[in-house]
Ligand binder design. Structure first.
Ligand code: DNO
Length: 395
């Protein structure tokens, strides 16, 4: 598979010359300065593409061309926003950038409650603590009726936390869930927002009355509208699974596992409607067997995220090492190398290690940690290629 790396543009402290030294072949990026819903101009796409190429790399994947909330909840402005999206796609197609990752998660993208969960060796990983998240929902957002989404046991743990949590810890939880994880990825939230909780609650309100079926229909509508442009420019759309893959904060999530993925690929049965196979997101759902899903959906996968999670007995999950956990990445690499060796993959989320923290990289997007994981995956890939050349892999 093609080795790619998520790079946040010219402002990223991890530069393209640094990436060249790690053996990266392709870049995954976006026009991060353009607000959600606005057209990506041809010149801006071309500029960035040339900049990447001037460093001996190529722009392999767009992650993400964000889908505006109005398209997700389906208000009348959606048609204009979809028209804009189509123009951006055509502009990308004209520039030869043909793989586009996006997601259809309402309001909030990936969810973590701790950015620096320590391992004994001094490195740290991202972490999801279900009690802290329930606390965020019931006591910080104070979402109406939230308590009914939790079990008695979960509510007891939440009350216990309420007795010990400090104001500073509350602030940190808000900063982690709303600002730090979303800010650099999802145009809804920005660093420096004065009152993130109020802004977040305003966004949640927009989804009153939107259930799973409505959200599915809105996704179908969006995909059916853009497919002709994707066909004309040979663009592969690849939806990112929900992270974690379950309903949260009373919001429906519709890319959580096998049944959802099968639904979405059939709902718009066009090879340009495909999947970002994020082994990490899928592995944080206890219902998912990641290698099985890879086998089932390899033919419609256009982009792969290699990372892995472990679910703990108390329901929390931690980002495991890339050779560990429920992602079973060795097996996943075997499946994709056989099915489509030209697929781009990126290692996703590395640990914080060495002086990653001092450099102030984005959560999960460390340099040394990701480079370490890339080396691991590179080794796996070389082994798998060798197995394939010797016909050692059985179907
Ligand atoms: C988190 C990422 C996601 C993903 C977007 C794709 O690190 O995997 O934020 O990039 O959801 O649209």
């Amino acid at each position: 598979m093609e080795k790619t790396w998520r790079w946040f543009g010219k402002k990223d402290k991890i530069t393209l010359p640094m990436l060249r030294q790690t053996g990266v072949e392709g870049i995954v990026t976006a026009l991060h300065d353009i607000p959600n819903g606005e057209i990506w101009p041809l010149e801006a796409i071309n500029d960035l593409k040339q900049y990447i190429e001037s460093h001996g790399l190529k722009w392999s994947v767009v992650e993400s061309l964000p889908v505006s909330e109005a398209i997700k909840y389906g208000s009348p402005e959606r048609d204009q926003l979809i028209e804009n999206y189509k123009v951006s796609l055509a502009n990308l197609g004209k520039c030869g950038v043909k793989t586009v990752c996006y997601n259809f998660m309402p309001v909030i993208d990936w969810i973590r409650t701790d950015l620096e969960h320590k391992w004994a060796d001094g490195t740290s990983s991202l972490y999801y603590d279900s009690t802290k998240f329930a606390y965020f929902d019931c006591k910080i957002l104070k979402r109406e009726g939230a308590e009914k989404d939790y079990t008695v046991e979960e509510l007891e743990k939440l009350s216990a936390l309420d007795k010990t949590i400090t104001e500073a810890e509350k602030e940190q939880l808000i900063d982690t869930v709303i600002v730090k994880t979303q800010g650099f990825i999802n145009g809804n939230m920005k660093e420096g927002d004065r009152n993130p909780v109020a802004g977040f609650n305003r966004l949640l309100k927009l989804y009153d009355g939107i259930n799973r079926n409505r959200l599915r229909e809105n996704l179908r509508y969006f995909l059916a509208s853009i497919m002709p442009v994707c066909g004309e420019w040979n663009i592969n759309m690849c939806i990112h699974p929900d992270d974690p893959p379950r309903q949260v904060l009373g919001l429906p999530r519709i890319v959580t596992g096998e049944e959802d993925i099968a639904w979405l690929l059939n709902a718009v049965d066009n090879p340009h409607n495909g999947l970002t196979f994020c082994a990490g997101s899928l592995s944080s759902g206890i219902h998912n067997n990641v290698p099985d899903l890879a086998k089932k959906f390899a033919g419609r996968t256009h982009f792969v995220h290699l990372r892995s999670a472990d679910i703990l007995p108390n329901g929390n999950f931690i980002e495991a090492g890339h050779l560990e956990g429920r992602g079973h990445l060795i097996e996943v690499v075997r499946i994709f190398e056989k099915e489509n060796p030209s697929l781009p993959f990126r290692v996703d989320h590395g640990r914080l290690m060495l002086d990653d923290k001092d450099k102030g990289y984005n959560p999960g997007y460390s340099f040394y940690g990701r480079m370490f994981a890339l080396a691991q995956m590179d080794g796996v890939m070389a082994t798998v290629k060798d197995e394939i050349s010797k016909n050692l892999i059985q179907n």
